[in-house]
Design a protein around this ligand. Structure first.
Ligand code: GTP
Ligand code: MN
Ligand code: MN
Ligand code: MN
Ligand code: MN
Ligand code: MN
Length: 195
């Protein structure tokens, strides 16, 4: 989002009262299958359709009840994704970046965690029973990590959706840095959508 700024975690933690902290996570797992028998799926990467019609990652605001950023994140994952998330925990070692949304006095922290295929499938299977399903969360989606023969179908078309906050940049950075896709493909997509 225009005007947002990437900050170090130490700088974000020193912001003081008046700033709210939010944490979101990219959950992914390997998927060896091929679409139409020829296009490698490579990984299942989860995002969600939010109540506001935008795509984002599961997670949310860290509250007074939470003892740490990660306590807040794991509580939100439980609310939004259901009880299959109790099979793992997103930790500080999964932390990737922080962005300031200065106009809202919110700092959004981002995490990425690799799951087993079975853990990720269990999250998808249980998500319709989550507390916030049908309320804050309208459904999970997998991100297409390929480009079809027409040159636009797949990831290029997916990133033309509307995303909350810095979620689009978080997605593309993670796909590049975690080597979930060919880096050349990602740098072409990083040119901000003119919206
Ligand atoms: P409530 O329980 O209704 O308060 O929602 P929540 O706690 O689940 O909060 P939410 O997930 O909406 O996120 C809190 C803040 O982070 C909001 O200011 C959003 O704009 C922002 N936000 C939400 N999702 C993402 C995301 O995927 N990436 C980034 N960077 N920011 C996000
Ligand atoms: Mn078919
Ligand atoms: Mn929530
Ligand atoms: Mn949320
Ligand atoms: Mn919340
Ligand atoms: Mn809530």
């Amino acid at each position: 989002m225009a005007g947002d700024r990437k900050v170090e975690l130490s700088e974000a933690l020193a912001l003081g009262p008046g700033w709210r902290h939010a944490c979101h996570a990219l959950l992914y797992a390997p998927d060896p299958r091929k679409l139409f028998g020829r296009i490698p799926i490579r990984f299942a990467v989860l995002m969600q359709m939010r109540f506001d019609g935008r795509l984002g990652f599961p997670g949310g605001f860290v509250d007074a009840q939470d003892c740490s950023l990660e306590d807040g994140l794991n509580r939100e994952l439980r609310e939004e994704l259901g009880d299959a998330v109790s099979a793992f925990r997103v930790e500080r070692s999964d932390y990737r970046s922080s962005h300031l949304a200065a106009n809202q006095r919110v700092v959004a922290h981002f995490y990425a965690k690799r799951l087993t295929a079975e853990q990720l499938q269990a999250v998808e299977a249980r998500a319709p029973q989550a507390k916030d399903h049908g309320l804050e969360v309208l459904g999970l989606v997998r991100v297409p990590l390929y480009i079809l023969r027409d040159g636009v179908g797949g990831l290029p078309t997916f990133v033309e959706n509307t995303f909350i906050g810095d979620a689009r940049e978080q997605l593309l950075d993670a796909l590049q840095d975690l080597e979930l896709m060919d880096p050349g493909i990602i740098s072409n997509l990083k040119i901000p959508a003119s919206k």
